[in-house]
Design a protein around this ligand. Structure first.
Ligand SMILES: NC(=O)c1ccc[n+]([C@@H]2O[C@H](COP(=O)([O-])OP(=O)(O)OC[C@H]3O[C@@H](n4cnc5c(N)ncnc54)[C@H](OP(=O)(O)O)[C@@H]3O)[C@@H](O)[C@H]2O)c1
Length: 376
């Protein structure tokens, strides 16, 4: 008698070729088996990013040698995932069977019922944080955090403190006992006024999307005075998140701003010349480039090279941000969400059966906060 074994199958949204969201199909594929250092998650939620759109289109061409020369190596999109560990591979240290975790995926895979992920990228989720909220954090929240670190926001500098006497003392930086940057508003004591004289002013370009909504909240939590660009329809939201002033990006607002007005500019939107951005920061300030925008072949690379050239010998540095998976940052973001100090903005949640529609939503380029797809 011959013994037959059947491979367990699972549903996944796939597109074998590079192209738009309407080419994704719901197919049955084998459930992954965890390799060394990996676990398999039963997916509870995944969230989508502008980066998913770039990878599904293979745009710019520069990404194709890494992500698949003629077709995507990862035909399933979704880079941020929340799920329960259902299988543990050899030497997968740190994640246990049955544990509920969140993490960033290698290349994609979240738009499926199961996904394999290195255990080292995962962080356990507290019961008081929803799967949908946690799924927004790894890429979007992590990028915003790393961009603010690069900009030096929340990192005190006495070097630049002397020229702040013109700043309003209405927002007073505070340090929590655990060292997490924070702020409190209200009337300041004499000592606090001295502190307020060091409030950093940051301009966030592209504040209404996934990275932007986190950047505004985190910059405010770090005690910065946040100015932001967004569409008129999103101004109220961005102000609610912590911006003291919003500028409509469709009305070329940057020309109206005085030179050297900011300690940092964080460009998540693109489309503004580097010299113009550099002129907005004060000496000692930093421009951080987060946007992946650029030409169809080399993407942001020429802009990054120009940034390096413009930074040579300048006291106003332009620094590209290439965010990487950082579980220790993810853990801090989860803590802030659990404490109610950080709220992921979710524009829309889709059921798993509408995965392609969720991708099309993000592809349209007008997402407010995040788009989340619930597990199968
Ligand atoms: N460097 C890195 O490591 C890294 C990591 C993650 C993401 N990124 C890049 O960061 C960018 C944002 O990613 P995301 O996932 O947050 O995007 P997203 O959520 O899709 O961003 C969409 C939002 O951007 C707004 N927007 C578009 N053009 C704008 C402009 N010129 N000025 C102001 N707002 C504008 C849109 O507002 P309207 O509806 O008003 O147009 C929309 O609300 C992308 O270029 C992505 O590739 C880089």
């Amino acid at each position: 008698m011959t013994e037959t074994t059947t491979t367990p199958m699972m549903p996944a949204w796939r597109r074998e070729t590079y192209g738009p969201a309407d080419g994704f199909r719901l197919e049955q594929i084998p459930v992954p088996v965890p390799r060394r250092g990996e676990v398999v998650l039963r997916v509870e939620a995944t969230s989508l990013n502008a980066g998913d759109v770039r990878l599904m289109l293979g745009d710019p061409l520069l990404v194709r040698p890494i992500y698949g020369l003629t077709k995507p190596k990862h035909p399933v999109r979704g880079m941020e995932v929340v799920g329960t560990v259902v299988a543990v591979g050899p030497q997968a240290i740190g994640a246990e069977l049955g544990e509920r975790v969140v993490g960033e995926l290698v290349g994609g895979g979240g738009l499926a019922s199961h996904v394999a992920v290195p255990a080292s990228r995962l962080v356990p989720i507290r019961p008081d944080v929803t799967a949908e909220a946690a799924a927004c954090l790894p890429v979007a929240g992590g990028t915003a955090w790393q961009a603010l670190d690069l900009a030096g926001i929340g990192i005190r500098s006495d070097r630049r403190s002397d020229r702040r006497s013109d700043r309003s003392p209405d927002r007073v930086p505070d340090r929590r006992s655990d060292g997490t940057p924070g702020h409190r508003s209200g009337t300041a004591s004499a000592g606090a006024v001295r502190d307020a004289a060091r409030v950093q002013r940051v301009l966030i370009l592209g504040a209404s999307g996934g990275v932007g909504t986190f950047a505004v909240q985190l910059a405010a939590l770090r005690g910065a005075e946040v100015w932001a660009t967004c569409g008129e329809r999103n101004a109220r939201l961005v102000e609610h998140l912590g911006a003291v002033r919003t500028l409509d990006h469709r009305r070329s607002p940057l020309a109206e701003l005085p030179a050297a007005h900011f300690d940092a500019v964080i460009d998540i939107a693109g489309g503004v010349g580097l010299r113009e951005l550099q002129n907005l920061v004060a000496p000692g300030g930093t421009v951080v480039l987060v946007t992946g925008d650029g030409g169809p072949v080399l993407g942001p690379i020429p802009r990054m090279l120009k940034a390096a050239l413009l930074s040579i010998g300048s006291s106003r540095r332009i620094r590209p941000c290439a965010a990487s998976p950082r579980p220790e940052i993810l853990a801090k973001l989860l803590e802030l969400v659990s404490e109610g100090r950080l709220t992921p903005v979710i524009e829309r949640e889709y059921p798993f059966e509408e995965g392609a529609a969720a991708l099309a939503h993000v592809e349209a380029g007008h997402t407010v906060g995040k788009v989340v797809v619930r597990g199968a």
